[in-house]
Design a protein around this ligand. Structure first.
Ligand code: NDP
Length: 508
């Protein structure tokens, strides 16, 4: 596969000592990752009871590479009967094997999965990049290592649950239904499956329809690790199948990551049931830069905050608030840095911004950017060449943004930054909290006291200080308001998969 890419005409940063507007004097040679070490089958069945089986009645749908628009494979389209089959298989595995195993034994399986994922990390990284459009350097250095780290971390807890929750009698919930999105397909799988299994639950996972491939590669790992059949089941199909799954009467726990609209539908559908529910939904994070912040460091944090994974990140720093006194120098540096981002072939190790995940998502980004222009904001895009095929979008920033603009209110889920200003910390807090979401935020300042003041005042589940988009399995992650409820990661992530009734009681 080749993507045509003209030499970049990016202006060099002023710090390089070139004349104003000077062009970067050199260009990276293409460094594409090879794909000959991976095997993508022509067709994938549903993964139920450690077997790949066709859906009943047999139906499939196509999966493409968003960077080339070429088909990659076809996967089974599950029916309601398949959902019943998967839930029954997971229930059987729960009752007969998994919930009866001591924690030390469950831990061994999880460690084994983590190690196999590490051994096969190159394969995972390439498949993830080909299917999602994210740059290989991100799937290789972030998604895959973090996914393995979640299995290692939760393996460590599997035999220590009694110590994790003193005074409680931790018991697994039963069968967990997990529906995940397309922006971090493998990582979201790990966030969901690792704690569920550590606690003694069995799972049925439904990946997003555009990105099922790393989940089916993970199914191979499940077999390689000789996990008992039925402990992990993976089914693919449209959103309605996700709804059938979460509503199934024999499901005890539901974990969903995706849009706020679907999260609300699931919340309504499950109201009144005894299912335990966690929802990790959208975001519109504020990234706040005070005038004493180290500007060059902040620039890297801003870039990482919004252009990492093409901005298709629920906690992306999509609203930048800059203290007025440093607005102009910061904006100059930011525009110069934008000009150095390399957009193109996600398999090229030099690529910073890859392909948007689908034509539908690209259309959504384009529509919101158009609304920004029409509502009077000023657009800036670097002069970079886009590949002729695939769903690409230039890294974009808007100035002159008002709080009421759609680009300041709605989750764009693309490489688009809205820049706003403030004068005082109080004004920054008020503007940062002026959103229906509350997932994440960032603060850049040298003053520790100001960091604490801001963290206490902002309604966001995660606040990063002098960094952005840092993830760790030990750290809980989740939102307020329309960003959902419940936490994943750390001890909190375990609690979501356990009945934590007091010791001596009969449980839920
Ligand atoms: P969705 O919320 O529709 O998709 C997320 C997952 O839910 C997918 O597995 C999807 O399946 C499934 N799903 C879809 N409809 C239902 C339903 N009725 N019941 C149960 N499961 C369902 O997100 P989109 O892909 O439509 O993206 C739309 C917008 O949502 C994005 O532009 C972005 O703003 C936001 N988003 C936020 C994410 C986050 O992490 N916070 C992640 C993804 C999107 P299928 O793929 O088959 O449709």
């Amino acid at each position: 596969m080749t993507l045509t890419k003209k030499p970049s005409a990016s202006p060099a940063p002023a710090s390089w000592g070139l004349a104003a507007g000077g062009k970067v004097p050199w260009e990276y040679a293409a460094a594409p990752e090879t794909t000959d070490h991976i095997t993508i089958r022509r067709e994938y069945g549903l993964f139920i009871g450690n077997e790949f089986t066709p859906s009943r009645p047999k139906a499939t749908f196509e999966v493409i590479n968003p960077a080339t628009e070429e088909p990659l494979t076809r996967v089974a389209k599950a029916s309601r009967a398949d959902v019943n089959r998967a839930v029954a298989t997971a229930r059987r595995a729960y009752s007969t094997t998994w919930s009866r195993l001591p924690g030390t034994e469950r831990a061994k399986y999880l460690y084994r999965i983590a190690r196999i994922m590490q051994e096969r990390s190159r394969e995972f990284a390439v498949v993830e990049t080909m299917n999602s459009g994210k740059p290989i350097k991100e799937s290789r250095d972030v998604d895959v290592p973090l996914a393995a780290a979640h299995f290692f971390y939760y393996a460590g807890w599997a035999d220590k649950l009694d110590y994790a929750f003193p005074g409680r009698q931790p018991r697994p919930l039963g069968v967990a239904a997990q529906v995940i999105p397309w922006n971090f397909p493998l990582l979201m799988l790990a966030w969901k499956i690792a704690p569920a299994l550590a606690c003694g639950n069995t799972v049925i996972l439904k990946p997003a329809s555009t990105t099922p491939l790393s989940a089916y590669l993970f199914a191979d790992v499940v077999r390689q690790a000789e996990l008992p059949p039925g402990v992990v089941n993976i089914i693919t199909g449209p959103g309605e199948i996700g709804m059938e799954l979460v509503k199934h009467p024999d499901v005890n726990k539901v974990a969903f990551t995706g849009s706020t609209a679907v999260g609300k539908m699931i919340g309504r559908a499950l109201a009144g049931s005894r299912k335990k529910l966690t929802l990790e939904l959208g975001g519109k994070a504020a990234n706040i830069v005070f005038d004493d912040a180290p500007l060059d460091q902040a620039i890297e944090g801003i870039i990482n905050g919004i252009y990492f994974n093409q901005g298709e990140v629920c906690c992306a720093g999509s609203r930048l608030f800059v203290q007025e006194s440093v607005y102009e120098p910061l904006l100059d540096k930011l525009k110069a840095r934008l000009g150095t981002l390399r957009v193109g072939d996600p398999l090229d190790k030099n690529t910073d911004v890859g392909a948007i995940n689908s034509a539908g998502q690209l259309a959504k980004v384009q529509e919101l950017v158009q609304s920004g222009i029409e509502e009077g904001a000023e657009i800036f895009q670097p002069d970079c060449e886009l590949p002729t095929r695939g769903y690409f979008f230039r890294p974009t920033l808007f100035t002159g943004v008002s709080q009421s603009h759609r680009i300041a209110q709605e989750e764009i889920f693309g490489p688009v930054l809205s820049v706003l200003t403030f004068r005082t910390p109080e004004e920054a807090v008020e503007k940062a909290n002026n959103t229906p979401y509350g997932l994440s935020a960032g603060v850049w300042t040298e003053k520790g006291s100001l960091i604490f003041k801001m963290i206490a005042a902002m309604r966001a589940g995660v606040v990063w200080a002098n960094t952005f988009n840092r993830f760790d399995p030990t750290s809980p992650f989740g939102g307020y308001k329309e960003s959902g409820y419940g936490r994943e990661g750390g001890l909190h992530g375990l609690a979501a998969y356990l009945d934590l009734s007091p010791a001596g009681s009969n449980g839920r």
